[in-house]
Design a binder for this molecule. Structure first.
Ligand SMILES: [Zn+2]
Length: 50
């Protein structure tokens, strides 16, 4: 399902943002690393293909 954009503040994660809550990459972001918005980063490739 499409959700408001979010990204991870973990520096070991790719510099991308997500807009689907069922994204396999986005699902790996724990709540404490998840922040709203794009942070100026491009859309993740998994989200782009959903
Ligand atoms: Zn994604």
């Amino acid at each position: 399902m499409r959700v408001p954009t979010y990204h991870s503040i973990n520096q070991s994660d790719p510099d991308v943002h997500h807009n689907h809550n069922d994204c396999p990459s986005g699902q790996q972001i724990p709540a404490y690393n998840r922040r709203p918005g794009t942070n100026g980063w491009p859309l993740c490739r998994h989200c782009a293909s959903m």
